[in-house]
Structures are given as C-alpha cells and as structure tokens.
Design a protein around this ligand. Structure first.
Ligand SMILES: [Zn+2]
Ligand SMILES: [Zn+2]
Length: 434
C-alpha cells in the first residue's frame, strides 16, 4: 500500500508539472488578447451596480470561447458561467469582481479611464481579465480538467453607503443561489496587491508584492468591514446668540474626538480595531448655529463579538455627549462585510501549485490587513481561499496602493494570475478525483 502511495505521488507530481508547462505556453499565446481585454475594461470603468458594459463584455467573450451555460443579470449585473471538464468530477468556483471606484485617475496611460471621476483603482479590471483568461485556458484544455468550474463574475464588491437599502454584490449572489446547483466544493478568488506586510515584518516600511509573486495569509485575511452614518440633532439659533440654540457642530466635534477614545482607552489593546470618520457635513451659513450634522465612517475588526461591543460603546458615547448638551442623535450602523477566513486545509493543498508556478521564494506569507472584501460571503458557504496577486514593479512605477488615483498594475501579473488560478483549480479537482 505504502509503495502504491509513493508511486501515486511520484506520478502525480510530473503530471501536474506537465500540465503547468502546457498551460504556460497557451498563456503566452493568449497574453496579447488578455492585455487588450484588460485595457478595454480599465478604460471603461463602471461603479458598483452599474457594470452594464463590463458584464456584456464578459458574457460576449465567454460566448466567443464556446461557453453555452451562461447566466447574466445575476445580482443585477453579475455573470455566472459553467465549464465542463473532460472528466466527471466535483465543481470548483472561481470568483472575479468587476466594479470600479469613484476616483479620478491621475495616470496618463493610453488605457486611462474614459469615464470621468470613475477608475479601476482596486484592480478589478485585472481580476475580471484573469478569470476570463482561466476560462479560455481551461476551455482550450478541457481534457485536463477533472470536473467542472463555475465562474462567478461579481458586480458591486465596493461597499455601498450605510444608508443603502437591500443587499448587493457577493451577498446578493449567494442569496440568488449561485452557490447551489451545482454546489462548488471550494472557491478561489484573487486580488491584485502592490503593497504588503510580509509575515515577520514589524515596521511600517513599504514592501512590494511584485508581478510574478503571490501572497497569502494563513487563516484570517482581512477585517469585518462596517459602515455607520450618524446624525447629530441640535437646535438652530442666530450665530450671535448660541445660548438660544444647541450647536450640532460643537456636539459633533466632541463626539468625533470621544469616538477615537474607544480604540485608545476602552478596548483590549490586543484586538485590532480601526474607527475612521471619513465624512462630516453640517451647517447652513456662517452666522447660524447648525441644527444638524451628518457623519459617516467605517469600523474594522477581526472578531465578531468584539465588534458588537464596539457598536454598544459608540451608542453609549453618542448618547452621553448629546444628552449632556441637550442634543439628540441617530446612528445607522451596518455590518457590511464579514472578515475573510481562509480555509487552512485548502491553503495547504493549494500552496504546492503556487510554488510550482511561481517558484518557492515568490510565494509569500503575509500579515492580514484591515481591509474588507465580500468574498467572505462565498467562503462562509464552502471552503474558500482568497489570495493576493502581486502587481508591483518598481522600475516601471507600479508601486501605488489600491484605492488611490495612481494605482496601476504591471500587466505581466495577468500571466501569473491565470497560471496560478488554473493550477489551483486543476490541482483541487485532481485531488478530489483520487
Ligand atoms: Zn476596493
Ligand atoms: Zn478590490
């Protein structure tokens, strides 16, 4: 038996390596078209829930590739497509998000945004391109796929305001049944990343995840990412007679400072926490005491119980401060995205594929960040692995972080993205077929 297992291992490894090299030459041939697709998507970015053009581009391309099982209009503009491999086997899912951000692009590349004030500043253009690349690659080599692959092209990953009604993005896709019929046995997702904190680093200096490299976190990948919207209610008065009113601006100022005390003085220092207020609006005129101030922000945590405690503390502070000054408040707190918990077994069984494709030293363990991502909704249904695709290239100036107007990716990373995702998917189906 032992001999048989050794023989099996000995034959399995070269098979995977052969497949990697077959894939590699196909990816080289596909690359110019993939760059064209990426630039097309990049220059036509669309905001969450407005991905009409991108979604059509994806569906049209899948039809060109010979896909027949394509569903459009999923969770508004999502696309779900099934690829049947050469052998029967389980189903595995690949997720790519498609939406862009309200950011004004400051680069002057030939493929810069043609949609003023909207930009692919989070690299979802590259995610979509990589998934289309995997779809093309596996449809060309169906005989090497021992099962089926479900492609989830997701709209609206970038979060909506706390006041937005209803669900969106991954959560809505799950609610609409994309994780059923067939239910995938696992799901993979990648995210372009330029700046990282590798495991073992303690300082805040910048480390780049370069094109050709991939990164992963062993477990928790990122934070519970929430949104809140607060209204402070005062009473209007003439600016020369503040005692006749309740100054909502003065009360809000105190509240902003006090909310920061939660992190510094009221919580366990070992629990990561971010409370940021990114929006504040109030008042009508220089000489009128403001009646109303609106504030909006985000809270990031790892632990769900700890997060509930923060919400209570926020209410206590807002209640205390507004009561002390005779004002009132309302807070709408929305638990937006749960933290991504990568599946440890799936990580362990996938890392050999990454190491084969990228080389041992180019697969880098990372420290989790405080960002949020709705891939977590898929990973709550089946084991998930969300990993980072390096896109930095210092010589070419691809060094900026996501959600900034200078963000851009070294397109060589698309080859790595397609290769690692295809290897991960095929390895998973191989092991399930044994
Ligand atoms: Zn983003
Ligand atoms: Zn993103």
């Amino acid at each position: 038996m032992k001999r048989f297992l050794l023989l099996l291992l000995a034959t399995a490894a070269p098979a995977a390596e052969n497949r990697d090299s077959i894939f590699q030459s196909s990816i080289e041939a596909m690359f110019p078209k993939l760059v064209e697709i990426r630039r097309d998507i990049h220059s036509h970015p669309e905001l969450p829930n407005e991905e009409v053009r991108t979604s059509k581009l994806v569906a049209d391309r899948l039809k060109e590739l010979g896909f027949t099982d394509i569903k459009t209009g999923v969770a508004k503009h999502g696309v779900v497509a099934m690829l049947k491999g050469g052998q029967d086997g389980p189903c595995v899912a690949v997720r790519a998000d498609m939406d862009a951000l309200p950011v004004k692009e400051l680069r002057s590349t030939p493929y810069r945004s043609q949609n003023p004030g909207v930009m692919h500043a989070c690299g979802h253009d590259v995610h979509t391109t990589c998934a289309l690349g995997v779809a093309e690659l596996l449809s060309r080599h169906r005989e090497l796929v021992k099962g089926s692959v479900k492609f989830l092209f997701q709209p609206a990953e970038e979060a909506m305001p706390a006041t937005f009604k209803g669900d969106w993005g991954a959560k809505l896709m799950v609610a609409e049944g994309v994780m059923e019929n067939p239910k995938p046995a696992a799901i993979f997702g990648l995210h372009t990343t330029a700046q990282v904190m590798p495991a073992g680093t303690t300082d805040d200096s910048v480390h780049y995840l370069k094109a050709g490299q991939v990164g992963y976190t062993p477990g928790i990948d990122n934070a519970n990412s929430d949104r809140f919207h607060i209204v402070i209610k005062g009473k209007m008065a003439h600016g020369s007679a503040p005692h006749k009113g309740v100054d909502a601006i003065a009360v809000a100022s105190e509240a902003v400072m006090a909310l920061q005390m939660i992190k510094s003085r009221q919580t366990n220092t070992r629990q990561p926490l971010v409370i940021s207020i990114g929006l504040i609006k109030g008042g009508d005129r220089e000489n009128i005491i403001a009646e109303r101030v609106e504030m909006g922000g985000t809270v990031r945590t790892y632990d769900a119980k700890f997060r509930d405690g923060i919400i209570e503390q926020m209410h206590r502070i807002l209640k205390g401060i507004t009561e002390a000054h005779g004002a009132g408040y309302e807070m709408e707190y929305r638990k937006t995205y749960p933290s991504i918990q990568n599946d440890l077994k799936l990580i362990a069984s996938t890392l050999p594929a990454f190491r084969r494709v990228c080389g041992e030293k180019n697969v880098i363990e990372l420290i989790p960040g405080m960002g949020g991502e709705d891939f977590s909704y898929f990973a709550q249904v089946v084991p998930g692995f969300y990993f980072r695709l390096g896109v930095a290239n210092e010589e070419k100036g691809f060094i900026h972080g996501g959600h900034t107007p200078m963000y851009d990716c070294d397109e060589a990373a698309i080859k790595t993205g397609v290769a690692v995702m295809a290897a991960a998917v095929c390895d998973f189906l191989d092991s399930a077929a044994k």
